[in-house]
Design a protein around this ligand. Structure first.
Ligand SMILES: Nc1ncnc2c1ncn2[C@@H]1O[C@H](COP(=O)(O)OP(=O)(O)OP(=O)(O)O)[C@@H](O)[C@H]1O
Length: 365
């Protein structure tokens, strides 16, 4: 899977750019705030319709312009696709090969992208929201059914919350039943994904950090346990909703459920959020990203593209070297931003393209 070219107009601080990429390594360098991350963000949007910086559409459109347009040319198994994404007042509209996208399945899968950025490293020490968002994003990228299920769960949650806000018990059981059903399927998928990637995380963690520490991923469904969720069908969630119904009616919102789940990153049985050093936290997230790449490669028979946003400042020379070895072996397309090219170790990478980014202008070197 490769992105061969991208055209950007009126996006963030980039008025207009056309960039032809190398199929292996692409280095974007320049000072802070010049637009490097915006190029990665544009590639990610063409793959997922979402910003990895969690930005809303108006944040993405250049100030004082009505809309932004992104176009990308991607290639997978020798088949080329042209993907276009319009960002404007009416929201986001996509076309693939000039045809409007009516089914999400026609859009997703053309560009699978994995991001590794300082914000991702922060999730090892943050509250549950970032880890849950990471988990959801990682599952979406290989499973469109999960994306649809996630939408369904949140649609039901909104409806149920509207009812709770009115303080009405009428019809509540029906929404509760549907929410428990969608929620349980969501939780089972989360568990399945974590079980698949845990051995990969263990392997990569050992390769990065050396030593005998055992990395683990412990799913923490909100106020229940994984074994209850898998054993009892929807009973575990129904029991939770039942136990909290009075509180939910009082507060006018659904207080339990998978929208509050967490996943613990664990080393030798200890949660690294509270017990890990910064070095362990960084190694862990790096191992997690490598596992995500390996998983997607197995699933699609092709590795995703990797967006590395300014990570050399986060990784020490040894971890940087381990990452580069992994990338050399993977033969995947990589986009990397940096303020300092000297920190990159590109030796052994057969080809690469470099671009200088300054005030929203991208110049090939
Ligand atoms: N909607 C927008 N319209 C115009 N400019 C914007 C918009 N949103 C952000 N900017 C500006 O665009 C620039 C883009 O920064 P970006 O994050 O891409 O830079 P960067 O080169 O990756 O920097 P850093 O190394 O600090 O991450 C910033 O200076 C920001 O103020």
């Amino acid at each position: 899977m490769f992105v061969t070219k991208i055209q950007i107009s009126s996006f963030r601080n980039i008025a207009a750019a056309e960039i032809r990429f190398d199929r292996r390594f692409n280095v974007l360098h320049g000072a802070n705030g010049q637009g490097k991350t915006s190029v990665l963000e544009a590639i990610y949007l063409l793959g997922t319709m979402k910003s990895f910086r969690l930005a809303k559409t108006p944040d993405l459109v250049s100030w004082n312009t009505p809309h932004a347009l992104l176009r990308g040319w991607a290639e997978r198994d020798g088949v080329g696709r042209e993907i276009a994404l319009y960002l404007g007042k009416e929201g986001r509209k996509a076309r693939v090969d000039q045809k409007p996208v009516t089914r999400l399945a026609d859009f997703f899968g053309n560009v699978n992208a994995v991001v590794f950025s300082p914000e991702e490293i922060a999730m090892a020490r943050s509250g549950p929201d970032l880890r849950r968002r990471y988990l959801d994003r990682a599952i979406f990228s290989g499973d469109l059914g999960y994306l649809l299920l996630h939408h369904e769960y949140h649609r039901l949650l909104k409806q149920r919350n509207a009812l709770l806000k009115r303080g009405s018990r009428e019809g509540l059981d029906i929404w509760t039943g549907q929410l428990a059903e969608a929620g349980t399927r969501l939780m089972v998928k989360r568990m399945g994904y974590l079980a698949e990637i845990e051995p990969l995380v263990q392997r990569f963690y050992r390769e990065i950090a050396g030593g005998e520490e055992e990395a683990g991923l412990a799913y923490r469904p909100h106020l229940t346990t994984p074994d209850l969720v898998s054993r009892e069908g929807t009973d575990a969630l129904l029991a939770l909703f039942g136990a909290h119904e009075a509180e939910e009616l009082r507060r006018g919102t659904t207080v339990v459920g998978p929208h509050r789940d967490d996943v613990d990153f664990v080393l030798n049985g200890r949660v690294i959020r509270t017990h890990g050093s910064q070095g362990q936290q960084r190694s862990f997230v790096l191992a997690l990203k490598m596992a995500e790449i390996e998983y997607l490669e197995r699933l699609n028979d092709a590795p995703p593209v990797l967006l590395l946003d300014d990570i050399s400042s986060e990784l020490d020379p040894q971890r940087n070297a381990n990452l580069m070895t992994f990338l050399r072996e993977k033969r995947m397309q990589v986009f990397i931003t940096t303020t300092d090219v000297s920190t990159l170790r590109l030796a052994g990478i057969a080809t690469h393209a470099s671009f200088h980014v300054s005030r929203g202008t991208v110049t090939p070197l």
